[in-house]
Design a protein around this ligand. Structure first.
Ligand code: ADP
Ligand code: MG
Length: 491
């Protein structure tokens, strides 16, 4: 390989067709005189647009057509000419340089076009040069033919992550991989599971219990997750009434009064609350408002007057980390929001009083249940207390720009749609050209890892397969018994 040109952060390299180097690969340009190494990434490849190449090709084709069968090339010129036609121009981006053994993103020198030694840089060496370290390694997947990409669990700790890409590209799969690996290292991972698919992590595909089986807790609302009012406390319940059930101010005040009254009588329960609303003397409209919310709470099946589910019990029961799946599939949008509101409110309370360690939160399609004002809260206040979120979405525009600006790691799967590409290219931490040229052609299960976890060096990785059972697949009509006997059904 040779350097052809450098314009700003772009470098063009000339490569022979036989040189095995592809889009996404890293290349080192070593200049011994400067005792430094430039690190560039191939972002696109083109044919060499050499003057006369096209003319040559046209002449060749015409000759072939005119004098078929006559082929005499004693000096073997055609093979050289073919080689020239297949020469590739690799469009690369400068990612940094290694100067005196230290990686910097500041590049203020130009390598020699004549003497520079150019070679493909293996990923392990790249990560070592970039100074990536940690002790808890997670194998993310394959890079190129035979290399593996390892990231460190520490690089996700205290961070905000986004996994995005189009439908079926492998986002949830990566989320599951990260979640199980974090749990393996003793972390607590809470998952808002929209399609009830994360429960499969407790099982291997052959039906045997998986490595994280003992650490998995599946919480289904109204089943294993029932709260008493006492446990939730007034602020969590009032927060839910206010934000999810849109309770007007006057009714909220009345509710608070009733709550305090019941509390002072030490008789706080759903039943007593219902009785109290019925017998209290207040405006009819206020009573109606209270009643309708009360009934929503009753029918949600989230509340009980008996034993309450306690979030902190998970931590004492699972001292070595836990995977807590909160099943939100199959419940109505309203109840989903109520659960999330209650859960996050309570979790923040526990973290604030330092009764539980920091937790990781995986949220799929969070715009479906996370209210507007929570978004900023998650990246600022909640993060400060110790909720480290990973958003997973196939709609990049569902996440607002403020969040993207704070994000530490992005795992970007394929997008072909121009609007989505445009959006994601604009908000990621690297240049628009790279995102557009690489992401558009990513096959399923391959992602572009960006950010802290990969030392800010974008890397294309084929996410590794896992042993665990795959739930949450779309139920297809032609796979059901309905499709097998359409004739009988019609009769
Ligand atoms: N790296 C992978 N190795 C093996 N199977 C995968 C991989 N990534 C995704 N899959 C499978 O592809 C399908 C779609 O992946 P999924 O993660 O559910 O997509 P998404 O969440 O992006 O819609 C699933 O059946 C999943 O098991
Ligand atoms: Mg998914």
């Amino acid at each position: 390989m040779k350097i052809v040109a450098k314009i700003g952060p772009d470098i063009s390299l000339l490569a022979l067709p036989s040189e095995q180097i592809y889009v996404g690969d890293y290349v080192s340009i070593e200049d011994e005189d400067q005792n430094a190494m430039l690190i560039v990434q191939v972002c696109d490849e083109q044919y060499l647009d050499h003057l006369g190449t096209v003319e040559d090709m046209v002449r060749d084709e015409v000759l072939k057509a005119a004098a078929e069968g006559v082929e005499s090339d004693p000096l073997d010129i055609s093979s050289i000419s073919h080689l020239i036609r297949d020469m590739r121009l690799l469009k690369c981006k400068i990612r940094g340089s290694v100067d005196g053994g230290r990686f910097t993103s500041n590049v203020s020198w130009l390598p020699s076009r004549v003497k520079a030694k150019i070679r493909r840089l293996p990923i392990a060496e790249l990560m070592r040069l970039a100074g990536l370290n940690g002790s808890r390694s997670i194998t993310l997947g394959e890079v190129g033919e035979a290399e593996m990409l390892r990231i460190f669990a520490e690089s996700l700790d205290g961070r905000l992550n986004i996994i995005t890409g189009r439908k079926e590209s492998g986002k949830s799969h990566l989320a599951k991989l990260l979640a199980t690996e974090m749990v393996r290292f003793g972390a607590y991972v809470f998952i808002f599971d929209l399609n009830n698919e994360y429960g499969g992590l407790a099982w291997n595909r052959d039906g045997s219990p998986s490595r994280s089986s003992e650490k998995t807790v599946i919480l289904s609302p109204g089943n294993s997750m029932l709260f008493t009012l006492q446990y939730l406390g007034m602020s969590a319940v009032v927060g839910m009434l206010n934000h999810v059930l849109d309770m007007p101010g006057a009714s909220l005040r009345e509710f608070i009064r009733l709550w305090k009254l019941l509390e002072s009588q030490k008789s706080l329960s759903m039943r007593a609350l219902g009785d109290q609303i019925q017998t209290t003397r207040c405006n009819e409209l206020v009573r109606d408002a209270l009643f309708s919310r009360y009934h929503t709470m009753l029918s949600s099946g989230l509340f009980t007057d008996e034993q309450s589910f306690r979030i902190e019990d998970i931590f004492s029961k699972l001292p070595n980390g836990g995977l807590v799946v909160i099943s939100l599939g199959g419940v109505s949008a309203h109840i989903r929001q109520m659960i999330v509101e209650i859960f996050l409110g309570k979790l923040v309370g526990l973290l604030e009083s330092k009764r539980i360690p920091p937790v990781f939160l995986f949220a799929e399609e969070a715009h479906l249940y996370l209210r507007e004002t929570y978004w900023d809260d998650i990246v600022t206040r909640m993060r400060h207390f110790g909720i480290f979120t990973t958003f997973i979405t196939n709609q990049p525009d569902a996440i607002n720009d403020g969040i993207y600006r704070q994000v530490d790691n992005i795992f970007l799967f394929n997008f072909t749609n121009d609007t989505d590409l445009e959006k994601i290219a604009r908000v990621t931490m690297i240049d628009t050209d790279t995102v557009k040229s690489i992401v558009r052609t990513l096959p399923p299960r391959n992602c572009l890892a960006l950010g802290h976890a990969v030392a800010n060096l974008p890397i294309i990785v084929k996410v590794t397969q896992t042993e665990t059972r795959n739930l949450g697949e779309t139920r297809l009509f032609f796979n059901t018994e309905w499709a097998a006997c359409p004739v009988q059904r019609s009769t």
